[in-house]
Design a protein. Sequence first.
Length: 97
Amino acid sequence: MPSGELKQILSVCKASVGQVGNTDNENIKLGKAGRSRWRGIRPSVRGMHMNPVDHPLGGGEGVGKGHHPVTPWGQPCKGYKTRHNKRTNSSIIKRRK
């Protein structure tokens, strides 16, 4: 897999393994805010600039630091493992890096 994970797949299964095409798609510069709005992408506001009622990192006087990065619902987001699918654990030979 592109992530570095090795998986075991049955020989009777039919699957496409590898990377999809158009890999340069992520390198396209949109150029202005309006072009991303045409695509339905709204401006993203960081949690630390919200009010406490809107986000766990919100509120405080001045620049707020000293929080652990969490989602708006309080779940840790950076480096926190979210995999709970025990059924497919046996097919993984080597974990991702």
